[in-house]
Design a protein around this ligand. Structure first.
Ligand code: GDP
Ligand code: IMO
Ligand code: MG
Length: 428
């Protein structure tokens, strides 16, 4: 038995989709445990590129059961769009399971997400506007609707009526937006319920039964450590626990069943949306632009250009701590092949004080000036390299440094977007 939690160690888009797809074949079940359609996971399979938001990346393997766990929020329209994309490519999702306890993203959640961003003006979070914050807020406030509620029209109407009593005045009076009637929403959502009914189950029971049968589970994280609502750069975070603990509460599987925690780290750094980013290269910086273009750093969900910067060993070391990482996968190492020299942030300087971990106060993090060491680049294409020993010495030194500064062994190295563009060093 070997179940694994896979988490992002930075600000998202580290290549979780690629690594999930790479290792999914070793598991019987791949379960998403938090987040919603804000995730954008790219998988290259059957010669096609898939951008998955809701459905776990393990869907690409015939024998693997994809599960959307209770900690997720589900936008039924996005799930149905993904069904259509998978149908077009002949990928089966017959095995998909969706937790009846997962909350539903409602149209007013998306309206409120957008309205709240407009209200914040220049202080906006830069959300994906997928309704994530408002949906998780309703979950915590206990006025959310769950997937199981959709299966019973009477209950769905009752709960919706109760929610609209609060949502409509907010939409209409605070944001001057139109409200909703119960009938209006039912007209769209009840047909969704009929399409999704066959997939909705009690997923914690299912997952634990799988474990009892000796099956292995891969918990596919979304977003990342620095976007975690508790451990990230609050308030510039998402609204769920994207760290390893979220996989436990978001699946209903106990921690004793987890053997490994695999952190995914990009060989440089990107961030989408607002918030502090100490190693960010300024807009228009030549190296920043080169990383963005070579690494195709544009969001899968919103198409936004990602902010780019140098690898920050302080945050990956922090991720190792808050997730209890056992292994690291370093992705996009090939992208750095275009640089003469490469910087790595090993500490921060805040008003003359040196920090080797994320400072305790957010204002200190805002003022953190990166302390860099500079390494020689390898200046060649490594996308065809398949073993660690064949990597140029400078690339090996770079990986060794990441390992030393994080305290976690680098088990997987990705050198391109395709499944086979990977170096399996210690994974199995
Ligand atoms: P996720 O959200 O963590 O799954 O990551 P995204 O899919 O949003 O972004 C990662 C991007 O990098 C995708 O376009 C991947 O196809 C691509 N990618 C992943 N690993 C590698 C790699 O090792 N090298 C290169 N060049 N691209 C990669
Ligand atoms: P994957 O799984 C990168 C960011 C948004 C914004 C903040 C809050 O592909 O790595 P939200 O819509 O969640 O309320 O937005 O979080 N964000 C992501 N950034 N990758 C993601 O997912 C993200 N999901 C949310 O840009 O700054
Ligand atoms: Mg992404």
């Amino acid at each position: 038995m070997a179940s694994t939690i896979l988490v992002g160690t930075q600000w998202g888009d580290e290549g979780k989709g690629k690594v999930t797809d790479l290792i999914s074949g070793e598991y019987d079940v791949v379960c998403r445990c938090q987040g919603g359609a804000n995730a954008g996971h790219t998988v290259m399979a059957n010669g096609h590129k898939f951008g998955l938001h809701q459905i776990p990346s393990g869907v690409m393997y015939d024998g693997v059961v994809p599960v959307i766990g209770n900690g997720c929020i589900v936008d039924p329209s996005v799930v149905l769009e993904e069904f259509a994309t998978l149908d077009a490519q002949g990928v089966s999702y017959d095995n998909l399971k969706i937790s009846g306890n997962a909350h539903i993203v409602m149209p007013y959640h998306k309206d409120l997400d957008g309205a709240n961003e407009r209200r914040l003006g220049k202080n906006l979070i830069g959300t994906t506007r997928r309704g994530v914050g408002p949906c998780y807020s309703d979950k915590a406030a206990r006025i959310g609707l769950r997937m199981q509620d959709m299966l019973d029209e009477k209950i769905f109407r009752q709960k919706l009526e109760c929610a609209l009593l609060e949502k409509n005045p907010i939409l209409e009076k605070i944001y001057e937006l139109p409200g909703y009637t119960v009938d209006q929403i039912c007209e769209t959502y009840l047909p969704y319920a009929e399409r999704l009914r066959p997939y909705i189950i009690e997923s914690s029971r299912f997952l634990n039964e799988c474990i009892d049968e000796g099956k292995n589970i891969l918990f596919e994280g979304s977003q990342a450590t620095m976007l975690d609502i508790d451990f990230g750069t609050y308030p510039f975070v998402t609204s769920s626990n994207c760290t390893a603990g979220g996989a436990i509460t978001g699946s209903g599987v106990g921690p004793k069943h987890v053997d490994r925690v695999l952190g995914i780290a990009k060989a440089y750094l990107t961030r989408v949306g607002s918030g502090p980013f100490p190693t960010e290269l300024p807009q228009g910086d030549e190296i920043g632009e080169l990383l963005c273009e070579t690494g195709h750093e544009y969001g899968v969900t919103t198409g936004r250009k990602r902010r780019c910067g140098w690898y920050d060993a302080v945050i990956v070391n922090y991720a190792a701590r808050v997730n209890g990482l056992t292994d690291l996968a370093v992705t996009k190492l090939d992208v750095l092949g275009c640089l003469d020299t490469i910087k790595v942030c090993i500490a921060y300087d805040v008003d003359g004080v040196r920090y080797t971990t994320v400072p305790e106060h957010q204002s200190l993090f805002y003022d953190a000036k990166p302390v860099y060491i500079e390494l020689p680049g390898w200046k060649c294409d490594i996308s065809n390299v398949r073993s660690y020993t064949e990597l140029p010495r400078e690339a090996k030194d770079y990986i060794d440094l990441i390992e030393r500064l994080s305290g976690v062994r680098v088990s997987i190295i990705a050198v391109g977007p395709d499944r086979e563009q990977t170096i399996n060093r210690h994974w199995n």
